[in-house]
Ligand binder design. Sequence first.
Ligand code: HEM
Length: 160
Amino acid sequence: MKFLIVLALIGAAAAAPLSADQANLVKGAWDKVKHSEVDILAAIFSAHPDIQAKFPKFAGKELSAIKGSADFALHATRIVSFISEVISLAGNPSTAPAIETLVTELANNHKNRGVTKDQFTEFRNSLTDYVSHHASWGDNVASAWNQAFDNIFQTVFSHL
Ligand code: HEM
């Protein structure tokens, strides 16, 4: 019995890598928004001012005043490019270790900045909300997207 419980726990914790078809659904949705870097970061900051407050260049400033700046575009592009890179590697078992490495680095960088699990979850929720309103979003896309972020966040949370 104990053995079965242990197995169930391991099963629940194990990542479920995306199939090629699932990865294509995620890529299709992401392709619709990945050039809206500034809008995406602005939506996240607007929904969660505590995330904006962590950025030394943007803390304490009005979103409307920083949204058009070069610094804002630069940061937004860094964040969105990271997500583009991870999504481009999804759906292929041979690139799974590369995703793991990238996401582990991300988690460690952010841990050093004092970013919390709750803030990562806020970020995820806002990002998902943005994509779901700007791309075709059926149950199949939602399920592939959620599986991708469950996998990413499992790694992030194991390092925070
Ligand atoms: C999946 C979620 C996230 C992704 C993909 C992401 C991505 C990135 C990337 C690519 C960078 C630039 C490279 C680096 O310095 O590490 C960065 C920097 C940063 N991120 Fe994130 N991030 C995420 C969540 C968050 C959250 C939730 C916060 C705050 C609550 C945050 C705060 C920061 C800060 C403060 C910087 C440094 C900015 C600076 O250089 O002045 N990030 N992030």
